[in-house]
Ligand binder design. Sequence first.
Ligand SMILES: [Zn+2]
Ligand SMILES: [Zn+2]
Length: 286
Amino acid sequence: MIEVTLLGTGSPIPDPDRAGPATLVRTGDQTFLVDCGRGVQQRLAAAGSGANRVTALLLTHLHSDHIADLGDVIITRWVTTFTPDAPPLPIIGPPGTGEVVEATLKAFGFDIGYRIAHHADLTGPPPVEVHEHTDGPVWDHHGVRIRVAPTDHRPVAPTIGFRIEHGGASVVLAGDTVPCESLDRLAAGAGALVHTAIRKDLIETLPQQRIRDICDYHSSVQEAAATAARAGVGILVLTHYVPAIAPGADEQWRALAATEFDRQIELGDDLHRVEVHPGVCVKPAG
Ligand SMILES: [Zn+2]
Ligand SMILES: [Zn+2]
């Protein structure tokens, strides 16, 4: 079984009730944090996890809303890991990730220096290990396999989606993307597809061009649902709602998705949890 928890269902627009984009995927003895938006650590704590329990950090892309709390995750994992010689935190992301991580460590350079000076058992900076990928297998440990494929969020590029498989169960995390063939292939037959979605019908009516601009590089609810249908996934999990789902409007969002996808649709508030079991997978239609 793979357990998916929507840690943050928000977007770049600050929201009192929704943290920034982040999803927790737990399976077997492994915990994957996918993106680390604003407020991720409070949500990790609420989900009964924490930065020191993350097996690997997976980044779909380097937009600020998806990496806003990267420094907090790295520093907190470092100072709350009490076992000597802890392994480095694997951070898997698209090209550019290494530069972002290096700059983040530099930004926290004073903090890192203070802590090394103060604690005898902290003898070096936070151990991290960056892996940059755009396509193919990226992880194979204790029965959990992960592969990535390019998505299309241009001009943000490169961007990647992740497919996590364990014991016959599988979950695909699309990140921000418009519909594209490589995502269809990555998601084919998966137990669940976690996809970001925006309400283009609402956003297109807004007066600010800068906000309307986001329509050309995101999937609408219907487009995300159509991707799920083409790929033949068992469960569509929507997240990263723009605008935030208004109180009582869950069913309206669900109905829009249901116009394209007739299986299980999940959406909701931060900490919404979905269990993905083996056998949920259905073969894609063609
Ligand atoms: Zn983005
Ligand atoms: Zn985003």
